[in-house]
Design a protein around this ligand. Structure first.
Ligand code: FE2
Ligand code: FE2
Length: 464
């Protein structure tokens, strides 16, 4: 039972969900942050407004008592009122950055209530009059070179303008802290999300990239031993596994094909080898009949191959000539010993019979399917033809004589001259060479004789 794969890739869905969740989180965080800021500002406003109202109510109630007792003009009592106000003002202050200022209608500072003594620099400002008038209500501006926020109210009985304010930076300090903390949290969350997305994208794409690399490697090197790495148990893993199975099957087929090919090469080599051996033996048959030596056939084969290479034939043609040249006298097997081995002079009739070794050789070989035997048939039939058309058996002339026949006729005569025979001594090589050259254009093809003469040093190497 094959294992069921349950894991599935859902990249599209996840790619949609991740940004969506991130956006919702971000928007929520921003909204929450704004709400928190507003709430804090409202609380701070309420707090400082409450202090201002308390102070104003206290001053009015105290003054009403003085008025009711008709003591508001008495210096003693107004001083007591101011003391009472001062005590109450101090009781309202909670931080060193809060203060309560009392101005007259000209903007001249009359009193300052604060938990911290003003610096010398600030004092010099405070000794001057305000440059702009203060209007009752919410205050958010610069007061004595300092950004402050709070409440301004007027105290009519004494024509006072009272400010209850806090340093602006202090007022928003908590809010700033919250914004900063939220910013850090948001930034960290974003970084984590980006990291998670990158890792996830890598998790999905890496196996696919590896698979693509393996495919490219196999296609470039044609080496089927490579396999894709199966990293995850998902669709890409499944594709990689199937791909590996396919490559394994291909590799098995390729190895089988290679084994068959090697076997074919081996059997073909064996066949070629047996063909060579057969040709060699057949060539030798003629030697036995003619009292010639097998060296004669070997030399003619070697010299013929050299001729073929000097004429620019390819190696296949060179091999054909090499293997077929030795068959030129195969027809002699059909000539009676009484004539072939006759020690004395031959009669014209006997000569005519001897000449039939050419046509007999042709008849013997020409129906064969072997390239070598077919070429051998042509050579057997034409190696006694002469360039001037006075040869035998066809009395054909010039280039009508097949090239292989023209080549072998030169080599056959040349080798016969330099070899010992029962009826003659071997000729010296230079004398044989001269004989051949002298018969250029009559017995032999002049173009071939020129090549033979020009490259004689090469031919001589095979005579040793
Ligand atoms: Fe011959
Ligand atoms: Fe011969």
């Amino acid at each position: 039972m094959k294992k069921q794969r349950r894991e599935r890739l859902r990249p599209t869905l996840l790619m949609l969900i991740i940004p969506l969740v991130t956006s919702v989180l971000l928007v929520s965080a921003v909204l929450f942050s704004l709400e928190a800021q507003n709430k804090m500002i409202r609380n701070a406003n309420r707090y400082i407004t409450y202090k201002a109202e308390q102070l104003r109510d206290h001053m009015h109630s105290e003054w009403q008592i003085l008025e009711r007792l008709q003591l508001e003009k008495e210096l003693e009592y107004t001083t007591a009122f101011q003391k009472s106000m001062q005590t109450y003002a101090y009781s309202l202050l909670r931080s060193e950055t809060e203060d309560i200022l009392v101005f007259d209608t000209n903007g001249t500072l009359l009193y300052r209530f604060g938990l911290e003594l003003p610096s010398t620099e600030k004092l010099s400002y405070m000794s001057k009059r305000l440059t702009h008038p203060l209007t009752p209500g919410w205050y958010d501006g610069t007061l004595f070179q300092e950004s402050r926020i709070g409440v301004v109210f007027s105290f009519q009985p004494l024509d006072w303008i009272v400010t209850v304010t806090e340093k602006r930076s202090q007022f928003f300090l908590s809010t700033f802290r919250i914004i900063r903390t939220q910013g850090i949290i948001l930034l960290a969350s974003l970084s984590l999300i980006i990291l998670a997305v990158s890792l996830y994208v890598g998790y999905i794409t890496r196996p696919a990239e590896n698979l693509a690399k393996t495919i490219a490697l196999i296609s470039d090197t044609h080496n089927l031993s490579h396999r894709a790495k199966i990293e995850n148990d998902d669709e890409i893993g499944l594709i990689a596994e199937r791909f590996n199975n396919m490559i394994s099957a291909l590799q098995v087929s390729q190895e089988q094909i290679e084994r068959t090919r090697q076997a074919e090469i081996l059997s073909r080599n064996k066949a070629v080898q047996s063909e060579y051996e057969t040709l060699y033996l057949v060539g030798k048959l003629a030697d036995f009949r003619d009292a010639q030596t097998s060296e004669h056939q070997d030399r003619i084969s070697n010299l013929a191959r050299l001729f073929a290479s000097l004429l620019g034939m390819n190696t296949v043609e060179q091999e054909v000539l090499f293997n077929s040249a030795r068959l030129h006298d195969i027809g002699k097997v059909a000539i009676p010993d009484s004539i072939l081995l006759k020690p004395g002079k031959l009669t014209p009739e006997e000569f005519r019979i001897i000449e039939t070794h050419t046509t007999r050789g042709f008849e013997l070989l020409h129906n064969s399917h072997s390239e070598y035997l077919k070429a051998g048939a042509i050579i057997a039939n034409t190696h006694h033809e002469r360039w001037d058309g006075t040869g035998y058996p066809g009395k054909i002339a010039g280039e009508n004589i097949p090239l292989f026949g023209r080549i072998v006729s030169i080599l056959d005569v040349f080798d016969a001259l330099i070899s010992a025979r029962p009826y003659k001594e071997p000729w010296p090589v230079h004398k044989a060479r001269l004989y051949i050259i002298e018969h250029s254009g009559t017995q032999f093809d002049p173009a071939l004789i020129k090549i033979f003469d020009d490259n004689f040093a090469e031919f001589e190497k095979y005579l040793l």
